[in-house]
Design a protein around this ligand. Structure first.
Ligand SMILES: Nc1ncnc2c1ncn2[C@@H]1O[C@H](COP(=O)(O)OP(=O)(O)O)[C@@H](O)[C@H]1O
Ligand SMILES: [Mg+2]
Length: 303
């Protein structure tokens, strides 16, 4: 049984087709990444899965049960893209408010409050007003709010936008810990490296459609992507002639060597090593999520 199983989800906002028929399965305990450019439909899909928004068409099952009335289940923790915080209230007061909404009270509630404040590294700022917080701190408080009632399933909508590197690391390690504890996590992002690092399965969404899905290696094996070995060197380097090569190009302080079709990049690297070419640094440019993503969604900017 899956955590979520959705079929044929469609949603229009006036003339805008936000979701154009999405089938998606989210398995128990998986860390699922939803990756897509701005306006792709990530938030719309997440809001439907969260039970906040009803689709125009399609069906959704949560834990094997048809979702008929669109209201959030207490098993879900939602961390919205637009931060849902009250600026004038302190960290604790913000949490208290959401605790009330979840019907929490007494010692369980005070204990959870301490747990989540510590988990997001805000225990020292519990009585600071949200308006005095940096973006990273607000994002972490937003996350604490979503975690307060200890949900089984966490849905996060671009939770690291605009945060400092320290907050990002804190958020990542917390999510990895929650995942290790068995929580199901659905994470939308437009940052490739986040999806690469965190997610077991990645769905790429564009123009309201899921256009590719799989583990990182499954996704990368589906298409032919550029591969090369980049050699940085203070001196001009010539590639050793006895190793076959498809092409080479020179950049400002590097040279790119492209292997023949079936050739391993590792063979190129060892060839370079053996030939004694002077180099400062070698980079293997293999297929990665970014090259795949750009190939699938195009290179034009979307704002
Ligand atoms: N409440 C809304 N009213 C009108 N248009 C909307 C609304 N929500 C989303 N849209 C539009 O639907 C499309 C998908 O939006 P969204 O799901 O927010 O994408 P993403 O989260 O991937 O950036 C966009 O074109 C967006 O402008
Ligand atoms: Mg969004």
């Amino acid at each position: 049984m899956s955590t979520f199983s959705a079929k044929g989800l469609r949603k229009n906002f006036g003339q805008v087709e936000a979701l154009a028929g999405v089938d998606i399965e989210i398995r128990h305990g998986e860390f699922y990444g939803l990756l897509g450019p701005n306006g792709a439909g990530k938030t719309t899909l997440l809001r439907i899965l969260s039970g906040i928004l009803a689709p125009d068409e399609g069906s959704l099952q949560f834990l094997g049960k048809e979702v008929a009335r669109w209201k959030p289940s207490p098993a879900l923790g939602v961390v919205p893209q637009e931060m849902a915080l009250y600026e004038m209230l302190t960290a604790r007061q913000n949490l208290a408010l959401f605790g009330c909404l979840h019907g929490m009270s007494g010692t369980e509630y005070s204990r959870r409050m301490d747990v989540v404040l510590e988990a997001v590294g805000l225990e020292g700022r519990r009585d600071g007003r949200a308006k005095t917080f940096s973006t990273g701190m607000k994002r972490r408080l937003n996350l604490a709010v979503g975690l307060l009632h200890d949900p089984e399933v966490l849905l996060l909508d671009e939770p690291t936008v605009g945060v400092d590197p320290q907050s990002r690391v804190k958020i990542f390690s917390l999510l990895e810990q929650l995942h290790a504890e068995g929580k199901t996590i659905i994470y939308t992002t437009h940052y490739m490296e986040e999806a690469e690092r965190l997610c077991q399965r990645i769905g790429i969404i564009d123009h309201g459609k899921l256009i590719a899905e799989g583990s990182l290696s499954e996704l990368l094996s589906k298409v032919e992507l550029p591969r090369s070995v980049r050699v940085y060197s203070a001196v001009d380097v010539e590639y050793p002639l006895d190793i076959p090569l498809a092409a080479s190009t020179k950049g400002a302080d590097y040279s790119d060597f492209v292997p023949q079709e079936s050739q391993h990049l590792g063979a190129l690297v060892s060839g370079i090593e053996k030939s004694g070419l002077p180099y400062d640094r070698i980079e293997i440019i293999g297929p990665n999520l970014e090259t795949l993503f750009l190939q699938l969604t195009g290179k034009e900017l979307r704002d």
